[in-house]
Design a protein around this ligand. Structure first.
Ligand code: TRP
Ligand code: ZN
Length: 907
């Protein structure tokens, strides 16, 4: 192939051709979906790696799509996606077309007119040049710490070569990588390894072949100086799989936990879903600069190093739990996402909701299921309910978007998982397994839609179970945005022993959908007798499909106490007027652990709200009954310590604010904070006598182990320490200081340092300085150092964070570091972010504008911190609007951030 001069590079087109399309308001609609005109039979890529001038040769076998909705017999043009590529040469069936008048380049790709195509089948050869070093967006091929890596989901492959970059175009890939041995001793791509060899001038190459047809978003390559932590796995049917976790030299000692989690995930998917791994090799690579958590590229998962590397000295119990969950999540994508992929990006929840549900079940099986469920619901409420209640509300399966990267949301992931969980609840474990077996049988190797997933439930279960005959009303969970509100009322006829339970459902209009339909749902509930015992041997289901329904329960002797929506079976907001005494009763007795926690949470939430609304900040204003109820659970040795630790956690400022705003009153973060401080102090004083003993009882002997039982004890011990500080215990400072100084693990050390910092204690400053000196060469630990200070709810919070932006270790171009300080302040320091003078909003806007110029995807995501700006008083709203307007007015704002900020402002 002659290496002709390019007709024009896309960089030049970008610079000369009018307003960039990023600023154009192009809306992509589900209803516009058309099958591709061309499909791809095979791809071969030759990548010659160079920091600023990587050459990519692509040989692609195209075939006319027999299933395309072609108008006539005329051959369609070939239009390929491509961004920021410099075309060196292009040929069709070995005929050079680089200078052909039929070839048109644009900012978004190229078109080769049908006139230049030889027929219904041809081979396309193209060579392009790309510049990994200048790629700060971390999408496509880029370098992080000298290591080459890729991120192609959702539309990054088009920054590597011209392609049909859409998930319904699937092909087997063969890849040959070439680089200098000294820079890149390791060369990895998807699939199974092929030939390797030395080349002149200190270079070498490696070939990879992935036999499983895949969409381009699952392509990956990694090259650099890496070392492997190796292991192996034998599948249920006896196949041997080599496993490797690849990290930078020096990090080998921090891979064991991720590897262990991988092997447990592989086994779990065999047992729970009958799904085995399907290549000779499975690689995980840890990368320092990454826009999200991790990516499920076929056979070559790429992770943010935060979710791989762990040792007792550097990682907390929470880090370990996240590593386990994310390793599992990416591994489970091999079947739900990769073997069965998406027809188009509107179907994102088909892989993400289902895979989150799968990783949640894995965590429930590996750890305490009750605690896992409570953690899921806390996250759902904090991130998804607030999304659904604000200007960014959208359905689990959206119908329109401007920038697909903005739709990797809590709604698609977490609410998407809840929808699958509800199907699991309706079908039961065996029915669910039958439906999923059908899904895998029927659709393996295909690019699917939510409707096809739904049909598997109808077809597998509809004969025997009327619920599954027609899931169209249930499907509103995918199509309707907004969180349903369930209003519960009870009636009791003592003479006849008759109880009536009435539930009314309502979904408030959202900015994207003005009117809503009633949904179908099955709400689990129980009734308790006067001694707190369950009246029914099993939970009942309240099947709701109309706006309001009532069910009677007869034959009761005394008025029952309702335990509604057990296990959080339906992702809804429940309005149920209960007095504190009844909440206290449920907190003490409910056999459903989720609802037991929920009763305590509601009790605390109502109390915080009352205190905040009256402006109370005196611990004496906190009712002793509440303290006694919590203390009772906290000291109950029959309960899991992790559950007890969760019970002692008070609601977050944002959660209380949401509650207040939902009733139509503006929330005041300062008053909420004062109320929470008072409650913590009151509880600390109330429990003063038991806390040191509780802490001692929870001490974990022997060397650190990240297992759930040990982690649970550490969690309860540090809650006790926190309450000692809050209650003014005379020995609390010394105890926290000693813990920060002498703990043999990061969990306890960090917990103590957090308490000292957040309570503004005199022992904090020295210890923060020492921590910095000890860990300044460890990026992941330094992220914790920034984060602990960014979340301190102190009056001078912003000044502290501003000072930290001047710290030599604050490299804002690294996403983990930017998130650890800036995003953590915006999302984890409500008092500072919502400062009444607007200073927090202004500060965040300044940094978002700066980040947007280098990394739009991450900037747009953090801009979501403003999503709840309407909850607060008019003065705050005015400041927030001004800050967002300043972002919106920036002349070269990215399409990513523009979409978010415009939606935030418009609603
Ligand atoms: N599919 C990935 C997951 O759920 C997430 C993902 C989507 C991603 N786009 C990304 C990760 C961009 C990193 C960068 O696991
Ligand atoms: Zn995922």
């Amino acid at each position: 192939m002659p290496a002709l001069m390019p007709p024009a590079s896309q960089a030049e087109i970008d610079a000369t051709a009018g307003p960039a399309p990023e600023t154009a308001d192009t809306v992509i609609r589900l209803s516009d979906y058309r099958p591709p005109d061309w499909v791809i039979e095979s791809v071969r890529l030759d990548v010659d790696l160079h920091p600023s001038a990587t050459r990519v040769r692509a040989r692609i076998a195209f075939r006319r799509n027999p299933d395309a909705e072609a108008e006539a017999d005329a051959l369609p043009d070939l239009t390929l996606d491509g961004r920021r590529l410099t075309l060196v040469s292009a040929a069709v069936d070995a005929t050079d077309v680089t200078q052909s008048p039929h070839l048109t380049l644009s900012r978004e790709g190229l078109t080769l007119a049908a006139a230049a195509l030889p027929g219904e089948r041809f081979t396309w050869d193209a060579t392009v040049e790309i510049d990994p070093d200048s790629n700060t967006e971390l999408e496509g091929l880029y370098r992080s710490n000298g290591m080459y890596c890729t991120q192609c989901e959702a539309e990054g492959f088009r920054k590597i070569t011209y392609y049909l970059d859409r998930p319904d175009v699937m092909a087997p890939f063969t890849v040959r990588l070439e680089a200098p041995v000294a820079d890149c001793p390791v060369l990895l791509s998807n699939g199974n390894p092929g030939e390797t060899g030395a080349l002149p001038d200190g270079r070498h190459y490696a070939e990879w072949h992935d036999p499983h047809p895949k969409p381009a978003y699952l392509f990956a390559l990694v090259a650099g100086d890496l070392v492997a932590h190796r292991d192996s796995f034998t599948t249920a049917s006896g196949a041997h799989v080599d496993l490797a976790v690849w990290v930078r030299p020096g990090d080998e000692g921090r891979c064991a936990y991720a590897m262990d989690a991988l092997k447990r995930s592989m086994r779990w998917d065999e047992t729970a879903y009958g799904r085995e791994y399907d290549l000779d090799l499975f690689n995980i690579v840890a990368v320092d600069d990454f826009n999200m958590g991790a990516m499920e590229n076929k056979g070559l998962n790429i992770f943010n190093s935060k979710y791989v590397l762990a040792s007792s000295e550097t990682a907390t119990d929470r880090d370990y739990a996240l590593i386990e969950a994310i390793v599992a999540h990416e591994y489970f994508h091999n079947w739900t996402g990769n073997r069965i992929t998406l027809r188009d990006w509107f179907q994102l929840c088909l892989k993400e909701g289902l895979t989150v549900f799968r990783d949640q079940c894995f965590s429930e099986d590996e750890r305490s299921s009750a605690v896992a469920r409570i953690d899921q619901v806390k996250a759902l409420r904090a991130r998804q309910f607030s999304e659904d209640a604000g200007p960014l509300a959208h359905p689990v399966r959206p119908e329109a978007y401007r920038e697909i990267n903005n739709f990797y949301t809590a709604t698609v992931y977490e609410k998407g998982a809840e929808v699958v969980r509800m199907l699991h609840g309706l079908a039961g474990p065996e029915g669910y397994r039958r439906a999923l077996d059908l899904y895998f049988d029927r659709h393996d190797g295909q690019a699917c839609t939510i409707e096809q997933f739904r049909a598997c439930f109808e077809d597998a279960l509809g004969d025997g179970d009327p619920t599954f005959r027609d899931l169209s009303q249930f499907s509103l969970w995918w199509h309707q945005s907004g969180t349903p509100r369930l209003t519960v009322s009870e009636a009791w006829d003592g003479e006849r022993g008759l109880y009536h339970l009435t539930v009314r459902q309502e979904v408030a209009p959202t900015p994207d959908q003005p009117s809503k339909q009633p949904m179908e749902m099955a709400i689990r509930f129980g009734l308790l007798d006067g001694d707190g015992r369950d009246i029914f041997p099993h939970d009942r289901l309240f099947k709701l499909s109309e706006a309001e329904q009532t069910i009677p329960v007869d034959g009761l002797k005394t008025r029952p106490v309702l335990s509604f929506n057990r296990g959080f079976s339906v992702p809804a907001v429940v309005s149920h007027d209960l007095d504190d005494a009844t909440r206290g009763f449920l907190l003490a007795h409910d056999s459903d652990p989720f609802n037991r926690w929920e009763a305590g949470r509601r009790y605390a939430l109502n109390l915080t709200r009352r205190l905040a609304e009256t402006g109370a900040d005196d611990p004496d204003a906190v009712p002793a009954d509440w303290c006694a109820a919590l203390a009772g659970v906290a000291c109950d040795g029959a309960l899991d310590p992790q559950f007890r630790a969760l019970m002692l956690e008070l609601p977050g400022n944002d959660e209380v604010a949401a509650e207040i705003a939902a009733s139509g009153t503006p929330a005041d973060p300062d008053r909420i904070h004062a109320a929470l401080v008072a409650m913590r102090a009151a509880l600390g004083r109330h429990m003063a006598d038991s806390l040191p003993g509780l802490r001692a009882e929870m001490a974990v002997p022997g060397p650190y182990s990240p297992d759930a039982a040990s982690a649970a004890k550490r969690a309860l011990a540090s809650r006790a320490l926190g309450l000692m500080l809050a209650g003014g215990d005379a020995g609390a400072d010394a105890a926290a200081e000693a813990e920060a100084d002498t703990a043999d693990n990061m969990t306890d050390r960090m917990a103590a340092l957090t308490l000292l910092t957040h309570f503004g204690r005199p022992g904090a400053a020295d210890r923060l300085a020492r921590f910095r000196a000890d860990w300044e060469n460890d990026e992941l630990v330094m992220d914790k150092w920034f984060a602990v200070q960014a979340t301190a709810p102190l009056p001078d919070a912003l000044a502290r964070v501003q000072a930290l932006t001047e710290d030599a270790a604050f490299n804002w171009k690294r996403p983990n570091r930017f998130r650890s300080l800036i995003a953590t302040f915006a999302m984890g320091n409500p008092v500072g972010f919502h400062a009444a003078d607007g200073s927090g909003y202004g500060f965040i806007a300044d940094w978002l504008l700066r980040l947007d110029a280098v990394n739009p995807q991450t900037a747009a995501r953090i801009t979501g911190a403003f999503e709840s700006w309407r909850r607060y008083d008019t003065a705050r709203q005015t400041h927030a609007r001004a800050a967002m307007q300043r972002i919106a007015d920036a002349p070269s704002l990215s399409r990513n951030t523009r979409e978010i900020v415009e939606r935030l402002l418009s609603a």
